[in-house]
Structure formats: structure tokens, C-alpha cells
Write a protein that binds this ligand. Structure first.
Ligand SMILES: [Zn+2]
Length: 271
């Protein structure tokens, strides 16, 4: 078995004092990044991409990836963080980070109009900046887009040859198909295992094999049957098993195609 978690935040186990770090501490179980990676490897989750959500968090993700085999980093600023930034200063630091070893993507970045923690204009500006960096450095993007596709597509279409994934995709089949037409991948996590939305389940069935990616978003979005417990990258296996059942494919088939897709998009070839 060879599975890949294309979106997790395990660097925050040993991180600073972000919300995600606090979440990792919240169940009182003592974890180290090494033990979480070992538990993932044991069930066949051999590759992980850790995702930065701010400049400081992205720097941390890069250092973390560089010191762990089988771990790569994506650098970005989450749309929730959009307001509080001095862009030219941040941009140069991201451009420097983008050239570092084991940086395989930009993001997570995008638009979140569900929470709208930051003004839309600031989100658009920050997304555009990160898409420009990805384009200049020929890196794929891990996109976070929530209730914002009407604004997202025109921005996306303004950049030729953008590669990437719509992470934690839970939207309509229509938007999934628009993403596929644009060459994007669809990232599926534990939400699939506990949603009761039949249209959403039908959408997951319709994602082409060569565009499906697995992720956990750990420590968030724990799949069934472990709801209420902490999510870890090892749980990508549960997402794979669920999708195998839903799509009437073998688990091996799902593992093979999703890992091949992750390697193709992010270039996760060296250990
Ligand atoms: Zn995330």
C-alpha cells in the first residue's frame, strides 16, 4: 500500500502557539511529529505534504519538511489571514522560501466567503499575489475556495498554465467539472466519510481517477468512525477505504491512482 496525504498540518505539533498547535494539544495525548509520521507509514501513508497558512507557519513547514524524509512543504497564506499583511515585504520572503529544498507548492491560498474572516478585497489581493509567485516559480497551488467560485474562476483564468488542487473540495458537481476542465485536481478528506449530502457523494463518485487526491487536513476533519478524536495523516487510509466503497474500486486501485496523481502534481519523487 502506498498512500499520500497531500494536505496536513503536522508541523504544528511542534509548532508555535497557533490555533492549530493548540488543537494538537487539546486531547491531552502526547504526540511527536516523528510518532505521527511513523503511525502513518505503518498503514502505508508514505508521503505527506505539510501546508503553511501564514509566513511564519510556512517557514516552519519548510524546516520541518527538510528534516523529515517523506515530507514536503507547501508555503502560503490562508485567506483567513488576509488582512494583516504588508504585501511587498511578505512577497519577497515567499519568493525566497519558494526556492528552498522540499518546497513543492504554494498555498493554502484562496477565497473563503463562508466565514469571510477577512475582507473580500484583501483576500483577492493575497490570492493574486500567491498565484503570481506560483507562476514565476512554476509551482502548483493548494487552493482553499469556499462559497467563492464566482470570484475565483476569473482570477484563476487570468493566469495561464496554473496547476493545482482544490483542497477539501465539497462543492457542486458543476464546479468540480469546471475544475477538471481547467486541469485541476480534487482533494478529498474525511468530510466525505461523514457527509449525508447525496449530491456531494455523487460528485465524489464522478471525479476522474487521474484527478483525485487524498488528504486529511489533520488535525481537523477526522473521518468516521473516529469523529471527535484527533485527525492524523494515518487516517488517509480511512478516506481511501471510504472512496473505494463509494466508487466501487479496489483500495489498491485508489491508492495507486491517488499516489500517482500526487507525485505528478507535486513531484514527490525523492525520499
Ligand atoms: Zn488545511
Amino acid at each position: 500500500m502506498d498512500l499520500t496525504d497531500t494536505h496536513c498540518h503536522i508541523h504544528e505539533i511542534e509548532g508555535n502557539h497557533s490555533q492549530t498547535h493548540q488543537k494538537w494539544q487539546s486531547d491531552g495525548i502526547k504526540r511527536t511529529a516523528a510518532s505521527v509520521i511513523a503511525a502513518a507509514n505503518e498503514v502505508g501513508v508514505k508521503r505527506l505534504v505539510v501546508i503553511g497558512t501564514s509566513l511564519a507557519d510556512s517557514k516552519h513547514a519548510v524546516t520541518f519538511a527538510q528534516s523529515h524524509p517523506g515530507v514536503w512543504a507547501s508555503i502560503g497564506i490562508h485567506p483567513h489571514e488576509a488582512e494583516a499583511h504588508d504585501y511587498p515585504e511578505i512577497e519577497q520572503q515567499f519568493r525566497d522560501l519558494a526556492q528552498q529544498e522540499k518546497v513543492v507548492a504554494i498555498g493554502e491560498c484562496g477565497l473563503d466567503y463562508f466565514y469571510t474572516h477577512s475582507p473580500k478585497q484583501a483576500q483577492v489581493r493575497l490570492l493574486t499575489m500567491q498565484m503570481q509567485i506560483a507562476s514565476d516559480h512554476d509551482l502548483p497551488i493548494s487552493f482553499h475556495v469556499r462559497e467563492a467560485f464566482d470570484d475565483f474562476w476569473p482570477i484563476f483564468d487570468g493566469f495561464a498554465h496554473t496547476r493545482g488542487v482544490l483542497h477539501s473540495f465539497t462543492d457542486t458537481q458543476h464546479h468540480m467539472e469546471q475544475a477538471i476542465e481547467r486541469g485541476l485536481y480534487i482533494g478529498v478528506n474525511g468530510i466525505a466519510t461523514f457527509t449525508s449530502d447525496t449530491a456531494q457523494l455523487a460528485m465524489y463518485q464522478a471525479v476522474p481517477n487521474d484527478r483525485l487526491l487524498l488528504e486529511t487536513d489533520a488535525p481537523y476533519l477526522t473521518p468516521k468512525p473516529f469523529r471527535g478524536k484527533m485527525c492524523e495523516p494515518k487516517h488517509v487510509l480511512l478516506v481511501a477505504e471510504f472512496l473505494a466503497g463509494l466508487r466501487t474500486q479496489s483500495l489498491m486501485d485508489i491508492a495507486q491512482s491517488t499516489t500517482a496523481n500526487a507525485k505528478r502534481l507535486f513531484g514527490l519523487n525523492n525520499p
